[in-house]
Design a protein around this ligand. Structure first.
Ligand SMILES: [Mn+2]
Length: 351
């Protein structure tokens, strides 16, 4: 996808990539550790010997340069001088302060220009190949969830539940989780990102599972909340409100709509039901090589949705000392609506 850097290279003499996802997206190299230097005429990928073979196989359009111990900046500096780079775009959101100082000290004088947001923006609209990976990743999550459902029972710990979800995803082709699995129960479900521990599932608990895997580098993300045993009237009301809000958010998603419009549709349903103070986070986020990327579906987001963007729709209601519900699907924006990648019911499950 290095061709996507054309506009940026119109404003810079070179682009300097250091994050695993940028390296993967723009060079093809999936090893995670390396530096890419892309000039107007030449493209270099610097790696150490652990990655040389993979880099040569994957980054076909790049000149792969293997650096030895302590020679990285020297090798990069030589090419920067050759390419006469005076203005260099880099990923300010992805580089540690220590690395930044190290590169500045070791490399020829250049003006460093932060381009993180622009680079992330280039990854918003997915190609068909990326969509295939995202569909597969999400289906692995759905299949794992369906395999784990019959195992959920009173006395099981949250850690066991999380482990089962991860195991079932791995067996189905997951390369690893896309974020730390959330499998929480009872009052703990009032914490949107609570962490599983050795708490046992109890009768009447809400059980929230928010999890995902990676497939060909692409992330999946989904959330379902179930009730262990019979749901109380209050649990039903909270669940149905979140379900309606999720549907309202989804129904707003289509090309031409701003992120904040979709967020507003879902938020209004929750506010109208009297739970407005219990939905603090955004409606959703972009997903791709990173679990959280652009565009955001937040009250602030004026990003206009385009076909091929992949976003989550995940409203929730979280009431301290009672519990919470979140329902999350991952969808691909289309001209007139969306393709739901999470092919799974959202009816309340009483297990
Ligand atoms: Mn999410």
């Amino acid at each position: 996808m290095v061709g996507k850097l054309k506009d940026l290279l119109g404003k810079m003499d070179g682009v300097f990539l250091t994050s695993p996802h940028s390296l993967r997206y723009f060079t093809g190299f999936s090893g995670g550790e390396g530096v890419a230097l892309i000039g107007k005429t030449e493209k270099f990928l610097f790696v150490d010997s652990r990655y040389t073979e993979a880099a040569k196989n994957e980054a076909k359009n790049f000149t792969v340069i293997e650096f030895g111990s302590g020679t990285r900046t020297k090798e990069i500096g030589r090419r920067m001088t050759d390419l006469n780079i005076k203005r260099l775009g880099y990923e300010e959101a992805e580089l540690t302060v220590a690395d930044y100082h190290g590169f500045q000290k070791g490399l020829p004088d250049a003006e460093w220009v932060g381009c993180s947001r622009e680079l992330t923006g280039l990854r918003m609209v997915k190609t068909e190949e990326e969509l295939q990976a995202l569909r597969t990743a999400e289906q692995i999550g759905v299949d794992a969830f369906l395999a784990v459902l019959p195992q959920i029972r009173v006395g099981m710990t949250e850690n066991e539940l999380a482990a089962e979800l991860e195991y079932q995803m791995r067996k189905r082709g997951s390369e690893g989780t896309s974020f730390e699995t959330i499998a929480i129960s009872g009052k703990k479900t009032s914490m949107p990102h609570g962490r599983p521990d050795d708490k046992k599932l109890e009768p009447g608990d809400f059980v929230t599972m928010d999890f995902g895997c990676r497939y060909r580098g692409y992330c999946s993300d989904m959330t379902r909340t179930v009730v262990l045993g019979k749901a109380s009237e209050e649990q039903k009301k909270i669940y149905e409100t979140v379900k309606h809000a999720q549907g309202a958010g989804l129904s707003a998603i289509r090309a031409g709509v701003m992120g904040k419009e979709a967020d507003g549709m879902a938020r209004a349903v929750i506010a109208d039901a009297g739970y407005g103070n219990y939905f603090g986070h955004s409606l959703g986020h972009g997903v791709g090589l990173q679990i959280h990327e652009l565009p955001n579906l937040s009250p602030m987001s004026e990003t206009v949705l385009q076909p091929g963007m992949v976003v989550t729709c995940e409203p929730g209601i979280y009431i301290p000392d009672l519990g919470g519900v979140r329902i999350e699907d991952m969808v691909c924006v289309t001209q007139n609506g969306y393709e739901n990648l999470t092919l799974l019911s959202k009816e309340l499950l009483e297990l």
